[in-house]
Ligand binder design. Structure first.
Ligand SMILES: NC(=O)c1ccc[n+]([C@@H]2O[C@H](COP(=O)([O-])OP(=O)(O)OC[C@H]3O[C@@H](n4cnc5c(N)ncnc54)[C@H](O)[C@@H]3O)[C@@H](O)[C@H]2O)c1
Length: 377
């Protein structure tokens, strides 16, 4: 199959944060053509935005239900093949469910749903058809992150003994101290965000990245979450102790009130032979630490990197890769799966990984609510 995949988009309108990232990613490898969608619940805004994108108005719909019903009436060779779900969290489940029931491939933003039970339901539905379903834990698409994954798999840093994942942002700080503002943001509204703000929005990235990189499953969590005002009890900060086993432990630290921080996801993983440090805000540098040699810095696009890391590199070394490339690589992974092209394990984050992310959020919130106790994951 060589022609472009027909892509539809739900959410991600002109007023959104994440829409542009997905549109650029979809176009990056010439694998997709955006043919329509429902970008905004306001029909006028929806049409206006679609016009700006130059889309055929017949493929721009007033709701996701109308989109799916109308697309299903089209012949298979015209119908959207993949639909991206880029709305606030509470809409992921109904949208993904109807898409799965009708056999579409899906690319869905994280967190997958607002509850673990909804996530399980989606997993059951997907088992019935052989479609692709990606959950966009965006940062796993960086070439140098893929390199770190491969080196850990190949035993370069040995047996993992300590992990420290940090995801610090400060954007809620100016909002949280103003009562009307804190009650108008969807990420702080449990009906739209789910049971967690900080852990659901960013802690889940750090957790997923940890399991993605190590190929290990976190066994137990103990959480201490924080909120600043009793009229808004969703967590905006939290520390989660984690155990892989009795002798392999660590911490996930996440905050939306780390004043002045932007998008500071930092990974530190230490084994008995070496360690890695990586920072999302400087994503082209992978720091490789050992006891007996000077610090090494690995950079994307170099011939010493793994096949998986190099697979989606587009320009020679020295041309920095960024967040758009990272998401582009995930879209490319999904295209490979749909087109039956060789794909590496980890080429895109799967539905199962999204389900596990929901379990993590629920267990962390439960641990905190029950007085900071250890819970099995
Ligand atoms: N992967 C990442 O790194 C990352 C980063 C940011 C956001 N996200 C996720 O992306 C999702 C969207 O976040 P955002 O920051 O872009 O939100 P946003 O509020 O900026 O944008 C949401 C968009 O959805 C549209 N929308 C709302 N209701 C709709 C409906 N019923 N039908 C169609 N469109 C509708 C809005 O008009 C808007 O365009 C969230 O789930 C969030 O967690 C992921």
């Amino acid at each position: 199959m060589s022609e472009k995949l027909r892509l539809g988009i739900l959410g991600g309108g002109g007023d959104s944060l994440i829409g542009v990232l997905h549109r650029v990613a979809a176009n990056m490898f010439d694998q997709y053509k955006i043919i329509g969608g429902c970008f905004n619940p306001d029909p006028q805004e929806n049409k206006k935005f679609a016009e700006k994108l130059g889309l055929n108005p017949n493929r721009v719909y007033d709701s996701f239900e109308i989109l799916i019903d109308s697309e299903m009436k089209l012949p298979l060779e015209e119908r959207m093949q993949v639909v991206s779900v880029l709305t606030p969290n509470f809409l992921h489940y109904p949208m993904a469910k109807k898409l799965l029931e009708n056999g579409f491939n899906v690319i869905c933003e994280k967190p997958l749903t607002t509850s673990y039970s909804e996530a399980i339901e989606l997993e059951e539905l997907q088992k019935k058809n052989n479609t692709a379903f990606a959950v966009t834990y965006t940062y796993t698409g960086y070439p140098i992150v893929r390199q770190m994954k491969d080196m850990i798999k190949n035993g370069v840093i040995g047996k993992i003994q300590k992990v420290d994942m940090q995801y610090y942002q400060g954007w809620i700080n100016p909002i949280i101290h103003d009562k009307s503002q804190r009650n108008s943001v969807w990420r702080l509204d449990p009906k739209k965000a789910g049971i967690s703000s900080c852990i659901g929005d960013i802690g889940t990235h750090a957790y997923h990245m940890l399991e993605y990189l190590t190929d290990m499953k976190v066994k137990e969590v103990l959480a201490d979450l924080n909120h600043l005002y009793d009229d808004n009890e969703l967590d905006i900060d939290g520390t989660v102790l984690i155990r892989f086993s009795n002798h392999s432990k660590g911490v996930i630290r996440a905050s939306q009130i780390a004043t002045g921080e932007e998008n500071n996801l930092t990974v530190a993983i230490y084994g008995d032979k070496g360690g890695f440090r990586w920072e999302q805000e400087n994503p082209n540098y992978l720091y490789y630490l050992t006891n007996d040699k000077p610090l090494q810095v690995l950079k994307p696009g170099n011939p010493y990197l793994s096949e998986f890391s190099l697979q989606d590199t587009k320009l020679p070394a020295g041309h920095p890769e960024g967040i758009f490339d990272s998401m582009g690589n995930i879209y490319n992974g999904v295209a490979r799966k749909i087109k039956g092209i060789k794909n590496f394990d980890g080429g895109f984050p799967t539905l199962e990984e999204g389900v596990r992310g929901m379990k993590f959020i629920e267990k962390v919130v439960e641990s905190n609510a029950k007085g900071n106790i250890w819970l099995n994951l």
